[in-house]
Write a protein that binds this ligand. Structure first.
Ligand code: 5AD
Ligand code: SF4
Length: 510
C-alpha cells in the first residue's frame, strides 16, 4: 500500500475490527505493540547503566538538514523533560525546531494517559493533523509518551487513524533515530513499544527549554500501584539513576548558569530503594546537592509513605533546598485511601505534616486530590475538605476520578454520578481558593525573593517569577532582572498570585 492509499484507506480500516494479533502478522518486522499485562510485572533484574547505548546511525546524522520538527507535549514535567531529550535527538540529526505544524516535516505528540480528558485532547489533535498529512504525505506523524503504552490506544490509532506513521513508547525514546528511519522508508505504521522497562541510558542528548530553570531526572517509574493510576504501567518499575551521574548533571547546569533545578521522579522520594548494594536515599542525595553552587533545588512528586525522617532533616537545613513540599494526599478519608491503596491513613498523613511543620517551620505545602473515587460518600468527601483546612495547603491540583483501563479501580463500580463528582470538585475548589487567598494575604507589604523567569504571560510590561515557596509574583522591574533572584515588595495579594515592586536587584544567595 503506498502512502496515498494508506491515507485514503481510513474508512476501510476503521470498520475493520482486527485484533492486535492480526495486525502483528500484517506489520511483521516493526510491530512491537504494548501490553499492560506485561507492564504490570515487576522482576528482580538489576538495572544496567549504559553510557554509550545511544547512537545515531551514520545515514541518519544529516537526514534532518533543511527540515523541521515539532513536538507537542501533554501532561507532567516528566513528559516535558522527555520532549527536551527528543528535541536533542532531532537536533543531532540536523532538524530545526518549529512551533507551526504546517512548517514541520515531523510532528510528534508526546502524550499523557493519566485521565480520560488528557487522552481525548490527543485524539482531537490527531484529527487536526490529518488534513496536513493529506496535503503533505511526506510529513511524518508520531505518537509517543504514556498513551502509546496502552493496547487500547494503539488499536484505536490502527483502526481509526492509520495515517499515523509511528508509535513508540516511553522506554523507546533512545530508539528515536531508528524509528524515524524505519518510518521514512517503510510504507506501514511503525510500532515499537516495549512494555518492560529498559536500562538507564546516560548519554542521551537534551535541548533544554530555558536557561534559568532545569529538570533533572533522578529516577524513573513507579512501584506504588495506587489503584486508580496508570503510571506504574506506562512508566515501568522504579529505577534510580546513580548519584554520581545526577550530581554531575546538576554541577554541569550550575556551571552553565542555571538558577534552579527540579529533581524529577514519578515517586521521587523512593529514590535509591532499588539500589541492591547500598543504602542511599533522597535525603542523602539532597545532602550532596545542597553543597553545589546553585541557588535553588526543588523536587517533585513525593509520596507520603516514602517521606523519611532523614529527608525531613536535610530539608530543614534550608540553604538552596526550597521550603516547598508537594505532597499528594488524594483523599482525607482513611477508608477511601485504603481503596486507593495509598498505604497511609488520614491520621498518619496529618502526623507527617505536623512533623514537617515542626522541623521546617517555613515550609509551604501543596497537594493533589481526587474527588468521586468509587464509593466515596459525602461524609468521606467532607473529610477531604476538613483535612485540607487542617493542613492549610497553599494550593492544590484537584481532579475528578477518571477510570483507567487495566487498573484495579477500573474494575470497581464507578458509582458516583458525574453531577455529584462535579459538585464535589466545585466545593473543594472553593476551599482551595479561599485558603490560597488567605495564605497570599499574609504576604501583603512583605519582601520576598523572586527568581525572575521573564515577562508575565498576560502583560509584557510586567516581569514574573516564583518565590522559594513557589508563589507566582508579577512585578514591575527592568528586563535585566530576568534570570536573577531579586527582592520584591508585595503590593497586592491576589488569590493565585502576588503583585509587587522590585526593590533590589540580584540577591546574593548562599
Ligand atoms: N483519575 C483522576 N486523577 C488521577 N490522578 C492520577 N490518576 C488519576 C485518575 N485515574 C491524579 C492524582 C495524581 C495526579 C498526578 O493525577 O491526583 O497525584
Ligand atoms: Fe500513580 Fe503516584 Fe500512585 Fe505512583 S505513587 S501509582 S505515580 S499516584
Amino acid at each position: 500500500m503506498n502512502e496515498k492509499q494508506r491515507l485514503e484507506s481510513t474508512q476501510v480500516e476503521s470498520s475493520d475490527k482486527k485484533s492486535s494479533k492480526d495486525y502483528s502478522q500484517y506489520f511483521q518486522a516493526v510491530y512491537q505493540p504494548p501490553s499492560l499485562k506485561d507492564a504490570k510485572k515487576r522482576g528482580k533484574e538489576e538495572v544496567n547503566y549504559l553510557e554509550g547505548e545511544f547512537s545515531i546511525p551514520d545515514d541518519m546524522l544529516e537526514i534532518g538538514k533543511g527540515k523541521k520538527f515539532l513536538i507537542r507535549t501533554y501532561g507532567c514535567q516528566m513528559n516535558e523533560h522527555d520532549t527536551e531529550i527528543m528535541a536533542g535527538i532531532f537536533m543531532q540529526m540536523g532538524y530545526e525546531p518549529t512551533d507551526k505544524a504546517e512548517n514541520a516535516d515531523i510532528v510528534l505528540l508526546n502524550t499523557c494517559a493519566i485521565r480520560e480528558n488528557a487522552e481525548n485532547k490527543v485524539f482531537g489533535e490527531i484529527g487536526h493533523l490529518k488534513p496536513l498529512k493529506i496535503k503533505n504525505p511526506d510529513l511524518l506523524i508520531g505518537v509517543c509518551g504514556c498513551m502509546s503504552q496502552e493496547e487500547s490506544v494503539v488499536n484505536k490509532i490502527l483502526q481509526k487513524h492509520p495515517f499515523i506513521d509511528m508509535i513508540f513508547g516511553t522506554h523507546n525514546i533512545h530508539r528515536l533515530p531508528h524509528i524515524v528511519k524505519e518510518a521514512m522508508f517503510s510504507k506501514e505504521m511503525v510500532i515499537e513499544v516495549w512494555s518492560k522497562e529498559g536500562d538507564i541510558i546516560e548519554n542521551l542528548p537534551k535541548v533544554r527549554k530555558g536557561d534559568i530553570k532545569g529538570w533533572v531526572n533522578i529516577m524513573y517509574g513507579c512501584d506504588k500501584f495506587c489503584t486508580y493510576c496508570i503510571v506504574p504501567y506506562t512508566r515501568g518499575k522504579e529505577r534510580s539513576r546513580r548519584p554520581e551521574d545526577i550530581i554531575e548533571e546538576v554541577r554541569h547546569l550550575a556551571r552553565q548558569g542555571y538558577k534552579e533545578i527540579t529533581l524529577l521522579g514519578q515517586n521521587v522520594n523512593a529514590y535509591g530503594k532499588d539500589f541492591a548494594d547500598t543504602k542511599y536515599g533522597l535525603g542523602d542525595l539532597m545532602e550532596e546537592l545542597r553543597k553545589i553552587d546553585i541557588p535553588r533545588i526543588r523536587f517533585t512528586t513525593s509520596h507520603p509513605r516514602d517521606f523519611d525522617d532523614h529527608l525531613i532533616d536535610v530539608l530543614a537545613k534550608g540553604g538552596n533546598l526550597m521550603e516547598h513540599i508537594h505532597l499528594p494526599v488524594q483523599s482525607g478519608s482513611s477508608a477511601v485511601l485504603k481503596l486507593m491503596a495509598r498505604k497511609y491513613t488520614r491520621e498518619s498523613y496529618l502526623e507527617l505534616v505536623r512533623k514537617m511543620k515542626e522541623r521546617i517551620p517555613n515550609a509551604s505545602f501543596t497537594t493533589d486530590i481526587i474527588v468521586g473515587f468509587p464509593n466515596e460518600t459525602d461524609e468521606q468527601f467532607e473529610e477531604t475538605l476538613s483535612l485540607y483546612r487542617e493542613v492549610e495547603f497553599d494550593s492544590a491540583y484537584t481532579f475528578i476520578y477518571s477510570p483507567r483501563e487495566g487498573t484495579p479501580a477500573a474494575g470497581m463500580v464507578d458509582n458516583i454520578s458525574m453531577e455529584v463528582k462535579k459538585e464535589r470538585l466545585q466545593r473543594l475548589n472553593a476551599v482551595v481558593n479561599e485558603l490560597s487567598a488567605k495564605k497570599n494575604l499574609a504576604y501583603q507589604d512583605q519582601i520576598v525573593e523572586v527568581l525572575v523567569e521573564g515577562e508575565s504571560k498576560n502583560n509584557p510590561e510586567v516581569l514574573a517569577g516564583y518565590t522559594s515557596k513557589n508563589k507566582l509574583v508579577n512585578f514591575k522591574g527592568p528586563k535585566s532582572a530576568i534570570g536573577q533572584i531579586v527582592k520584591v515588595k508585595i503590593t497586592q495579594a491576589k488569590t493565585w498570585s502576588l503583585d509587587g515592586e522590585m526593590i533590589e536587584e540580584a540577591v546574593e544567595v548562599n
